[in-house]
Design a protein. Structure first.
Length: 432
């Protein structure tokens, strides 16, 4: 049976908002700096001593509050539930949080505190705008489990295990010779399943936004779409003009390289000019229960919102694993796909730690489990995750995706099963 996985480039969409303010990956170091030299492991907990884990989140950042807290909240909910059921072989999990403020300096401070002072066994569900501390985490051989790939760190450094996996060598340089690769499965889906032929791509006249828009355009053209490009001014965007033009050009789909506020304004403008599309395609970061508030002024566009990702829809309560997540998070004011993925990251660490409980839960043992991870699914919440170090980038892959559509009164409605919504697609290079 061919292997099926989620393409990393599709998840780059989750970072569109972040591209507008920029990210950094830190300095590059040779592989020898990772694998040798007096690293000390965190001591294995004895008796009923707690197992320490760290969560780094850009809870306060230039892009605003709550933009990055979903994975943290999901992971904490998992550990709360775990501790209520006895922890890991009698060891409670002690969560050490750090808000890096969305800056590289703050991120390095968090990494130093958690890795060197608190001596956590692992980091879990990292969600950092600027993961400048990634080289330090890797040098210390601290497994970073289930982090969100906002920048290129999870395709750059060993001992870092992003929530969607990686095929890159991870030798201190992003991807392959500085390039990452991803598939066109999202565009293939809407072409084959919904008959879409014309797609509009809306971006700001800003370098990072334009660069991401070009990536989307490349994928769409590879899949045979007619592409309509709409560029709006970053400071004074005229979304009404863009909406009127995409209507005139007959766009079936709308993709974007703009922030959440911009998306809401674009949707409002689309409703005002009467632009009807098959789908206004958003990403996993915006796959949340706050849609009615975020898009309150655009009911038609709101009900044309579709999201794609690599994890099971958090609304799919007919699934037992999702139901456990929802039961444990019922006290939260909102729900989101990033929360579910943070929950899955906590589960992943727990499975690794349990495999080590007899010999001792150490960084090295947990890292060894992660290195052996093959097609991990977090009890079916994730598409099978792989970590391989391919010498050459893949040219073609069979990739799968999770798809949901927003419907007022019903929330996010799953569209088929993610494990069978799969396509053989080319892998295209892009610059992180």
């Amino acid at each position: 049976m061919p292997r099926r996985r989620r393409s990393p480039a599709a998840e780059t969409a989750a970072a569109v908002l972040l591209l507008l303010v920029g990210t950094a990956c830190g300095s590059r170091l040779p592989e020898s700096d990772f694998e040798h030299g007096g690293r000390t492991d965190a001591p294995a907990p004895s008796g009923a001593a707690p197992v320490r884990v760290g969560i780094v989140t850009s809870a306060t950042s230039p892009v605003g509050g709550n933009a990055f807290t979903g994975p943290r909240d999901g992971a904490k909910a998992w550990f709360d539930r775990l501790n209520a059921h006895g922890g890991i072989d009698g060891h409670p999990v002690e969560v050490h949080e750090c808000d890096d403020g969305g800056s590289g300096v703050g991120n390095n401070t968090c990494v130093h505190r958690l890795v060197d002072e608190d001596k956590v066994v692992a980091l879990v569900a990292t969600t950092a705008l600027d993961y400048a501390g990634a080289p330090r985490v890797s040098r210390a051989r601290v497994p970073d489990i289930g982090g969100q790939p906002i920048g290129a760190a999870y395709d750059t450094w060993p001992h870092l295990y992003g929530i969607y996996g990686s095929l890159a060598p991870r030798d201190g340089t992003p991807g392959w010779d500085g390039k990452l690769y991803g598939g066109t499965e999202v565009y293939r889906y809407f072409k084959r399943e919904k008959g879409a032929r014309t797609a509009a791509v809306v971006s700001y006249n800003q370098a990072s936004s334009a660069a991401y828009a070009r990536l989307v355009e490349q994928g769409l053209r590879t899949e045979g779409y007619k592409v309509v490009t709409e560029e709006v001014d970053f400071a004074l965007p005229n979304f009404r003009a863009a909406a009127a033009d995409l209507k005139q050009q007959g766009a079936d789909l709308v993709f974007d390289a703009i922030d959440t506020h911009g998306n809401a304004q674009l949707c409002k403008a689309m409703d005002q000019v009467g632009a009807r599309v098959i789908a206004k395609v958003t990403n996993v970061q915006n796959w949340t229960s706050t849609v009615p508030e975020d898009y309150k002024d655009s009911p038609r566009c709101r009900n044309a919102l579709w999201a794609t990702g690599a994890s099971r829809n958090y609304e799919d309560t007919g699934n037992a694993a999702v139901r456990r997540f929802r039961d444990a998070t019922k006290g939260l004011k909102t729900h989101s796909q990033w929360q579910l993925e943070g929950w899955a990251a906590g589960m992943w660490f727990t499975d690794a730690a349990r495999s080590c409980a007899r010999e001792g839960i150490t960084r090295a043992c947990v890292d060894a489990f992660m290195n052996r991870s093959d097609r991990y699914t977090a009890d079916g919440l994730l598409l099978p995750v792989e970590f391989e170090r391919l010498a050459e980038p893949p040219k073609h892959r069979r990739t799968c995706l999770s798809v949901a559509r927003w419907r007022d009164g019903r929330g996010w409605v799953s569209q088929g099963d993610m494990n069978s919504t799969c396509f053989d697609v080319p892998q295209l290079p892009y610059q992180p």
